[in-house]
Write a protein that binds this ligand. Sequence first.
Ligand SMILES: CC(C)(COP(=O)(O)OP(=O)(O)OC[C@H]1O[C@@H](n2cnc3c(N)ncnc32)[C@H](O)[C@@H]1OP(=O)(O)O)[C@@H](O)C(=O)NCCC(=O)NCCS
Length: 209
Amino acid sequence: MPSHLPLKRANCADLKLIHSFWKALSPTELYMLSGTLYAHPLRLKQLRQDFRALQDPPEGIYCFYDSGQLSESGPQEIIPTGQAGPGGWKRPLVSRFWPLWRLSHPGSEGRGNVLGCFQIRKREASTAMLAAVFIRPEYRRMGHARMMLKAGFHEARRLGLSRLQLNVFSSNPAIDLYLSLGFRRAGSKKVQLPDGRTVIKVFMQIDLG
Ligand SMILES: CC(C)(COP(=O)(O)OP(=O)(O)OC[C@H]1O[C@@H](n2cnc3c(N)ncnc32)[C@H](O)[C@@H]1OP(=O)(O)O)[C@@H](O)C(=O)NCCC(=O)NCCS
């Protein structure tokens, strides 16, 4: 994994941050992200319980950070100009109160800015599920998910996994990401989303070699 693209296991501060993103998701968005893993509205307590259950590597909640210099100066400096995305109005506030934010999120120092995250959930000896793949809205379409998952494959291999599986809905553009990374389709089934729509859930897997 290139050293400028750190992938680390989430800490408590990261967990609070992830919760702050996910609690705003609609029932359908949360379902698209994580299937039946979490109930809507997502409570921090539920995320913490899951975090504790995933403490033994290779299981875990993994976060993808930028270079790490950013935690010294605040997030505004690293957000590319012109990337007005959801939540953009919050950036000047977060930046102005960055020292306070850091105080209220102990453990965030020196780790950089969280761009996204994913989970590894073990199934069999050397097979695990890749779940809840997420990139913050303002950092999307810049290749971050691709970089994060490549780093994740490296880590999964290092930790003894040889196969990763995942579920994705056929309407989710993430499916193209997974195909381009080498995942292949291994089946599908019809499911109903919380908003009543019927969609196809696609099962995919990749052999890490
Ligand atoms: C899916 C997600 C992780 C992609 O993150 P990202 O950093 O924007 O993805 P990347 O920039 O690395 O894109 C990689 C490829 O994925 C596909 N892709 C990703 N988002 C897409 C979109 N909105 N529309 C079309 N294709 C898209 C493209 O093929 C893209 O390659 P390209 O840029 O060369 O065309 C992000 O959109 C997300 O967090 N979505 C909400 C949660 C979710 O649905 N997760 C997946 C659960 S299975």
